[in-house]
Design a binder for this molecule. Sequence first.
Ligand code: AVJ
Ligand code: FE
Length: 441
Amino acid sequence: PDPGGADRLRERIAAELDSARTRSRGLTVDALADAALVAQHSPLMSPLVWDLAHIGNYEEQWLLRAAVGGQALRPDIDVLYDAFENPRASRVELPLLSPEEAVAYNERVRSRVLDTLADARFGPGPALLADGFVYGMVIQHEHQHDETMLATHQLRADGPLLPEGDAAGAPPGARHPGGEVLVDAGPFTMGTSADPWTYDNERPAHTVSLPAFHIDVRAVSNAEYQEFMAAGGYDDPRWWSEDGRAWLDRTGVRAPAFWTADGAGWQRRRFGRVEPVPPDEPVQHVCCHEAEAYARWAGKRLPTEAEWEKAARYDPATGRSRRFPWGDAEPGPDHANLGQRRLGPAAAGAHPAGASPLGVHQLIGDVWEWTSTDFHGYPGFAAFPYREYSEVFFGPGHKVLRGGSWATHATAARGTFRNWDLPVRRQIFAGFRCARDAEAR
Ligand code: AVJ
Ligand code: FE
């Protein structure tokens, strides 16, 4: 027993709740006028004011009602902020809280949460509270919606509003990594049973044995993706799956989202700024069909989810799986480009300190990476604490993405974290890296 442990955990929770809220406000009421907060910027996204009050309502449901059994504040609005009741495209029609009401409601919830935090018992006892799990869940939930709100900002038609952050080039002297590494055949531990703030879908730890494979040291860059475009990749049916071809025919897409060509080459719009496409950054805003087509054109394929995780976590020297590619330490600014420190991915080679034992770079941060795997539960999966977080999305419709993006907060990024989306989605901050069978070629 560690008598000071619960107090340290309380302090960490309070600090993380606070920094998540600063970020949520920075993306909503501190950045935009009311009209832009209540507007629908894309049928794919909620109005920003919906995300804002949904964050508070989730916190009320889990940290006030479920965790400490407190009185409900606004049970009448649960239905408005229930993501399953209301598809994103129709949320704008609901009688939502105004921005001002949402801020006041969120503050009321938060001040009660902080009052009850002092008395919260973190175990032994109900699993919801063990090691502060439910607080970690609510903190990660807010960060995940912050990333979603950034995707909404990227889709806004009006100009730049968000601060640009650091320009993260490669550090001086960093070797520009390239090529691929061989991952030997054999077992590794996938998922976790230990990390207390992980989601149900990351559990339990289990052994997976893989044949040998090669995986690229870095994600596919804008320059490489342009070679695929210049080689007629979008028009060559050999590279596209049947679903991919149907998607191409339906959409007429011929470039990543937000790209436009002019006399000077390819430009991209990034949070209201138009700029030349930087060659050394990983390509982003491509869907899984595009990722798959590029990989086939390059004579490769997407990694499976298990291959991605083995490349990210497996340490051949010890046989152990690490929490992160660089070890078990929480991510620092040298390890990975996370947390919206800047508004885009970093160039290849920018984070040598974050490489995995096998020498694979930038697995965490920069861009979510599409894998070829359908989202499913690991052997022994048990939904906790609610089926609607993961379980209802299991099945062939959703592809797993790994690693987190530049917009993902460190508290919601780790070697076991699993994201998922429809294979046609391009508004998320996703790119990919390639892999291939070791026997092939
Ligand atoms: C894990 C990003 C797919 O946004 O639908 C937010 C996260 N779950 N609120 C989503 C989530 C509930 C989820 N993703
Ligand atoms: Fe949510």
